[in-house]
Design a protein around this ligand. Structure first.
Ligand code: UDP
Length: 239
């Protein structure tokens, strides 16, 4: 897989199906895989933070979440043409797990959020096996590692916000028998139904950011990072 690079941050060019296929063969080979969502804000932070840069670049798949990465790829003649969002990637993996009878563990968010997300996912995918869950506020991480291993989960979704969730994954993955790790931010809030995604119309046009801006104009300051990011990419050397 030929990864693209923006301000030193790697981005995987694979789409959902290609990632699932690749993960299947890595699972067969007994390899662990990590998925991290990349957006312009994270790239900007990582370009000035060696630890975050290392964390992102050493993940197996850096998925192009955020329309800004697509624009950057276009500007630099790259091949990334569609977004791979964290929440959609998680849902594809959930579908894959339910079809292949692979067990799943959910870790993160508030107790009532993670239990509701679990319930709703099991309702949507009746053959899905969520063999365990934990809220994102437990203190005893050794006990948690044991609990996850005892659940025999092969896929673990960690929803504690970035980069906390990715740091947790990196620290604990050597002790875990899990094969696929994804940091999913606020996705349990979405699956539980507490947070609504933008209507399909906005999503299709890549305008989720506009929908969020209309709903919460305070986001403008954060969103000003996008033009700044694109300018930096445009004037950076290489791709
Ligand atoms: N969260 C958690 N443990 C913590 C802090 C946060 O489980 O110690 C959860 C929080 O309840 C929420 C999720 O992390 O469900 C995502 O948080 P946030 O919106 O800050 O992350 P983002 O999606 O912006 O990366």
């Amino acid at each position: 897989m030929n990864k693209e690079q923006y301000l030193g941050v790697k981005v995987s060019p694979l789409n959902y199906e290609e990632i699932i296929d690749d993960i299947k063969s890595r699972m067969q080979a007994g390899e662990q895989s990590t998925i991290i969502a990349v957006n312009p804000e994270k790239v900007m932070t990582a370009s000035q933070n060696a630890e975050l840069l290392d964390l992102i670049n050493n993940s197996t798949y850096q998925i192009p979440d955020g329309v800004g990465i697509l624009l950057a790829s276009k500007l630099k003649g790259g091949n990334i043409r569609s977004r791979v969002t964290g929440v959609d990637m998680m849902e594809r993996l959930i579908r894959f797990a339910s079809e292949e009878g692979r067990k799943v563990f959910l870790y993160g968010a508030k107790e009532e959020v993670v239990t509701e997300a679990k319930r709703k996912l099991e309702e949507t995918y009746p053959s899905l096996m969520i063999s365990g869950y934990e809220n994102g506020y437990v203190k005893d991480h050794d006990a948690l590692v044991e609990k996850i291993n005892a659940s025999e989960a092969e896929l673990l979704f960690v929803a504690m916000g970035s980069p906390r969730q990715e740091l947790w994954i990196r620290e604990h993955m050597p002790k875990l028998n899990v094969k696929v790790f994804q940091g999913v931010g606020g996705s349990f809030d979405v699956f539980s139904g507490r947070v609504k995604r933008a209507p399909a119309f906005f999503q299709k046009l890549g305008l989720e950011w506009l929908y969020r801006l209309i709903k919460d104009p305070k986001r403008l300051k954060r969103q000003m990072n996008l033009p700044r990011f694109l300018l930096k990419v445009l004037f950076s050397k290489g791709s």
